[in-house]
Design a protein around this ligand. Structure first.
Ligand code: AP5
Length: 237
């Protein structure tokens, strides 16, 4: 499906292109579904977690500053995070639409994003809230594996690699993310409750929120997303 020459509408909001926010706790499946929207609808997957990990693996100045923060499961300061996101948003491919995966996570990040998009004549189309229990999160993250080269994500239970803990795409040996250790996961969850969960109300008040039952299987959720897409994308001509 191509999205050229279309305008988008959701709750009477008309945006130049779909700008969707995926909001949910760690391990709720945001990245998995964002990858699918990228493949199926050509939206840019703007994952702040992936961008930070890329900086870390390249050893950039930003990577060196945030390495320990990610390992401990803390949030990177807002100014660094917002600057990195704005940098990515300045690239031309984002004009066709973006799925923000793991951003914003604080009120200040949310305000910065809204302000910046409005300044460019764009707007947030919808915020998808991923709902899931803590027990399922812990189970999913304990069996998550990741490719250190291309960031693709696997799960030994729900979406195992074809070949014995190697990446299906590039063959690199898969790794366990440092922040998927159980005590770090608990800390990330606590931070989510404290700093990010209040955004649910923030977006509900603006009539932007759509909830998804993220406890279901990957394919079922993808089908639901595909059904919803016309709500965010319609041809006004
Ligand atoms: P980030 O990488 O964004 O981590 P996160 O939000 O904690 O999200 P996860 O990647 O853990 O989970 P997910 O919801 O994407 O689930 P996934 O699809 O992988 O951030 C990492 C760190 O970077 C943060 O802790 C922070 O330090 C920093 N950071 C990032 N953004 C920031 C920001 N805005 N501000 C400040 N700091 C920031 O799925 C999880 C597992 O479950 C996988 O194995 C997957 O295969 C499996 N799975 C997915 N869906 C299903 C399903 N439906 N059924 C069964 N299994 C499933």
């Amino acid at each position: 499906m191509t999205m050229a020459n279309r305008t988008r509408s959701f709750n009477n909001r008309v945006c130049e292109a779909p700008y969707l926010i995926f909001l949910g706790p760690p391990g709720s499946g945001k990245g998995t579904q964002a990858e699918k929207l990228h493949k199926n609808f050509r939206l840019v997957q703007l994952s702040t977690g992936n961008l930070f990990r890329e900086h870390i693996s390249k050893g950039t100045e930003l990577g060196l500053r945030v390495k320990d923060i990610l390992a401990k499961g803390e949030l990177v300061p807002d100014d660094l995070t917002v600057a990195m996101v704005m940098d990515r948003l300045a690239k031309p491919d984002t004009i066709m639409g973006v799925v923000f995966d793991g951003f914003p996570r604080t009120r200040d990040q949310a305000l910065a994003l809204q302000y910046k998009l409005e300044e460019k004549g764009k707007c947030i189309t919808a915020v998808i809230q991923f709902r899931i229990s803590d027990e399922q999160i812990v189970e999913r993250l304990s069996s998550r594996r990741m490719c250190p080269k291309d960031n693709s994500t696997y799960n030994l239970k729900s979406s195992p690699p074809k070949n014995d803990e190697k990446c299906d795409l590039c063959g690199a040996p898969l790794i366990i993310r440092e922040d998927d250790q159980p005590e770090v996961v608990r800390h990330r969850l606590a931070i989510y409750r404290q700093q990010t969960e209040p955004l649910i109300e923030f977006y509900r008040e603006q009539d932007m929120l759509v909830e998804v039952d993220a406890s279901r299987g990957i394919e079922e959720i993808t089908e639901q997303m595909d059904e919803w897409m016309p709500m965010f994308i319609y041809n006004a001509n």
